[in-house]
Design a protein around this ligand. Sequence first.
Ligand SMILES: Nc1ncnc2c1ncn2[C@@H]1O[C@H](COP(=O)(O)OP(=O)(O)OP(=O)(O)O)[C@@H](O)[C@H]1O
Ligand SMILES: [Mg+2]
Length: 453
Amino acid sequence: MDFGEAQYQYTATPLHDSDGAIRQVMVVVENITERLRAEAQLKAAAEEKQRLTEKMMTSQKLEAIGTLASGVAHEFNNIMAIVSLANEYLSQSVHDDASQKQIALIRKTIERGASIVRQLLDFSRTEKASMEPMNLVSVVSDVTATLRRLLPKNISVSARLDLSEAYIQGNAQQLYQVFLNLGINAGDAMPNGGELTFHLYSTMHPLDAQAPTPVVVTEVRDTGVGIPPEIRSRIFEPFFTTKGVGKGTGLGLSIVHSFVSAHQGVIELESECGKGTVFKVILPLLNASPQSEQTDADAELLQLHANVLIVDDELFLRKTLSHLLRRHRLSVMEAEDGKSALQMFKKHKTEIDVVISDIGLPNMDGTQLLQQLFKLQPSLKVIAITGYLDSYQSDMLTQHNVRVLSKPFEISALLAALKDLLSQNAVTAQQPTRTKGSASSKTSASAKTRRKC
Ligand SMILES: Nc1ncnc2c1ncn2[C@@H]1O[C@H](COP(=O)(O)OP(=O)(O)OP(=O)(O)O)[C@@H](O)[C@H]1O
Ligand SMILES: [Mg+2]
């Protein structure tokens, strides 16, 4: 539901005279925007609670099965080691063809058993795999290439990578296994051919029921048979399979679940019978990519050490902006509307270097907020984000040398504006005689030169 515009409820009550004729009509107009917003928030919170309860139950169940599976797997390993040794002994003791055939069969069966035990141990792995900062994009690209070779030719495998890098704290081998298992399942679900697509992008997600945090999502989408609703709650259980004897062990998805949980991630599933399935693997993004990955332009911004106040009522946009700026080592404060921004600014006036504010804010329009802020600090650096400006707003922003970014804007444009404004700061600090508003694109060049000196 969109509450971008106010919602009103009209109630009309006829007022009768003593003869019963309608003389007047009383119309009560009630602004119900807040009520509807509160109702929608309550509904969303209830749905989120339900989702988390189901997720917790699945995790607890899988954890219990994992403990059991790990015990069984270790016992089986010992049993198979004995059978294998005895089989080798037999193979050297008997020499007739018929016996050697039986011995070969036992060897093959032991190999299959060992492979199941390996998968079981993978699923119930109690020791922690080593995790390090890694680029998920490389893993997804590698898996895509492998699946292209592995799956039948009537299945097209493609990857849509919205990010060139997505750093997470992870174990590349485990994640490779995750996407390989999902890809193989997708292939099995398309016996007559179809499309397997990987789509990688970043977004915000409340991974651990806290506030939304930046995550990288990898969707694995197929155009296969789909998963019937009645088995959806069971597919992550070990040994649950709908594939024939010898075709599937039912361990693929339990391993996927176990590895994704070890990465503090979650899996979401959408499926429609006859149309296909999407598994979404959602993993927390690292706050910053490794230092070596920073570009020269980033490094320039990194040196500026600024405090930025972001004012936006749109949670997703605010969080994404704040994540992005933190990646560039800027300190970020957030406010969801004009009133709280004003309060925050009064409290931290001396610390805030730049304000990035939306103009279309609830309860206090962005230009009203900025006017109040300029009263408190006339030289404040501001970047305004807006979809539309009327001439009054436009004049006011120009007058105060506010940078304006029109939605949608490129991140590079925001960073450029920030760099430019902050460089002005640096120059102003070093050249007190410079007059206000005289900064131009030359300013950042001169600031650059100064830093080099
Ligand atoms: N993309 C998919 N489309 C349709 N059904 C699926 C898909 N992925 C999984 N399933 C269902 O979930 C079940 C469990 O999958 P899982 O990967 O755990 O085991 P498996 O594929 O049967 O065997 P294994 O992976 O151990 O060889 C499958 O048997 C299948 O019924
Ligand atoms: Mg499988």
